[in-house]
Design a protein around this ligand. Sequence first.
Ligand code: ADP
Length: 256
Amino acid sequence: MIGMDEKLSFFKNGVRLDGRRPDELRPIKIEVGVLARADGSCYMEMGDNKVIAAVYGPREVHPRHLQEATRAIVRYRYNMASFSVEERKRPGPDRRSNEVSKVSREALEPVILTSYFPKSVVDVFVEVLQADAGTRTAGINAASVALADAGIPMKSLISSCAAGKVDGEIVLDPMKIEDNLGEADVPIAMTPNGDITLLQMDGRLTPEEFRKALTMAKAGCEQIYEIQRKVLVDRYSSMDEPESCDEVEGLSEEEI
Ligand code: ADP
């Protein structure tokens, strides 16, 4: 336990409290297709964050007045389990989860080809099982993979991570203690081309520090993209293909 007047040092011999270099991501684990009932799903760990994303749709919109005549709508619900944080979190939506849901939807919507599915909805649910700072970025990464798993047409995947400032130094992917006691937090999301779809900033940075944080977070997103892509390629290239046309049930050879 750190006393009020004791200053915690975030670096020891140039490495962070968990042994990472300033520009290093936490370990990442991704599993695709973990939920049988969802159209697409993904379980993701980014360090001690554990999140699950489920995608349903495109499907009929309820309530109907939300329907859009020329495109699908996208709904995104971010929820933190009450057991996901140290002190029990009061269940249900609150200001923070509404904000995270909104910005996460806006981070993903630009790559979803919504005009292919008029009058329908794509529902994305993200449940945070364990939180350690960076849950919105982990949720967006998992949701992006789950959307691909659901076969939702997209221009590209979206990758997301944050950079922060601790002890006057810019660091990639801050963990909880760095986020809580640090000076700034900049979560971003982007396409593989580097187009930013989410950019938030908590705290203060000089323009130069901001540029450094952005460059670092972009490099982090590039690494995450490679992992997301590999997981999807592995999943779909390892799936058994029918050996002959006869194996496709209920269709004549001409129909196949
Ligand atoms: P993010 O998780 O995207 O970094 P915040 O910066 O708002 O979002 O939150 C940072 C961390 O603070 C969360 O990951 C979580 O560990 C913790 N936290 C957020 N909300 C609560 C809460 N209601 N109770 C306890 N801890 C929380």
